[in-house]
Design a protein around this ligand. Structure first.
Ligand code: GAR
Length: 202
C-alpha cells in the first residue's frame, strides 16, 4: 500500500526537496507526494514540486475570511488526493483545530530548534541570541498548541566559536534534511505509535 503525502510549504522548500529525493532514491518506500500546497504565491517550493511532476497548488489565505474556511479548501484538496499524511515543511502558519482533528497524529512538522525551547518563528535565531551551546532540530506530530506535539526525532547541533545565526542555521538545516525523511520513513513503515505525548517506536 502506498502512503499518500501532502506537503504544506511557505517558501524555499529545501525540506520538501529532501523528502522528494529520499522517495526517489528509495530510502522511503511505498510513499508518494501527491500534492504540495503553498500559502504564498510563486514560492520556490512550488517550482521544486512541478520539476518533479508533483501537483503544486497556491491557496491564498487572504481569499478567506477565517482560518476555518481557508482550511476547508485545504481539506478538499487533501480528500481529492486521498492524503494519509501531511508534512509541514517550512509552513509558517499555525494549523487550525479542524485540520488537526481530521489528521490527528498524521501531521508532521519540522522545527529548527530543540523543542520545547524556542518555539515559533526563527527558532535558530532565538537559540543563537539566547546563547545556547547546543541547538538542533525537532520533528514532531502537530497538536493544537504551537510546536507542542509529541516528538518523533531530534538532532543536536553544537554552536561553534565564531558562529553567526546564519552559519548555525545552515548546519541545523543539514540535520533537518536527515531527520524529516527518517521520520517519514518510520511513519510510512507503521513504526510510530503515540502514547499520550510519547512517541514509541514499534
Ligand atoms: C526550515 O528551517 C524549517 O525548520 C523552518 O523553516 C525552514 C524552511 O526551510 N520551519 C519553521 O520555522 C516552522 N516554524 P525550507 O523551506 O527550505 O524547508
Amino acid at each position: 500500500m502506498t502512503t499518500n503525502i501532502a506537503v504544506l510549504v511557505s517558501g524555499r522548500g529545501s525540506n520538501l526537496q529532501s523528502v522528494i529525493d529520499n522517495i526517489e532514491n528509495g530510502y522511503i518506500q511505498n510513499a508518494a507526494i501527491k500534492v504540495v500546497i503553498s500559502d504564498v504565491e510563486d514560492t520556490y517550493a512550488l517550482e521544486r514540486a512541478r520539476n518533479h511532476g508533483i501537483s503544486a497548488i497556491f491557496i491564498d489565505p487572504s481569499d478567506f475570511s477565517n482560518k476555518q474556511d481557508y482550511e476547508k479548501d485545504i481539506l478538499e484538496v487533501l480528500k481529492d488526493n486521498d492524503v494519509d499524511l501531511i508534512l509541514l515543511a517550512g509552513y509558517m502558519r499555525i494549523v487550525g483545530k479542524n485540520l488537526i482533528a481530521a489528521y490527528r497524529n498524521r501531521i508532521i512538522n519540522i522545527h529548527p530548534a530543540l523543542l520545547p525551547s524556542f518555539k515559533g518563528l526563527h527558532g535558530q535565531q532565538q537559540a543563537f541570541d539566547y546563547g545556547v551551546k547546543i541547538s538542533g532540530c525537532t520533528v514532531h506530530f502537530v497538536d493544537e498548541g504551537m510546536d507542542t506535539g509529541p516528538i518523533i526525532l531530534q538532532k543536536c547541533v553544537p554552536v561553534l566559536e565564531g558562529d553567526t545565526a546564519d552559519s548555525l542555521s545552515a548546519r541545523i538545516l543539514e540535520q533537518e534534511h536527515k531527520i524529516l525523511p527518517e521520520a517519514v520513513k518510520l511513519f510510512v513503515e507503521g513504526k510510530l505509535k503515540v502514547e499520550g505525548r510519547i512517541v514509541v517506536r514499534t
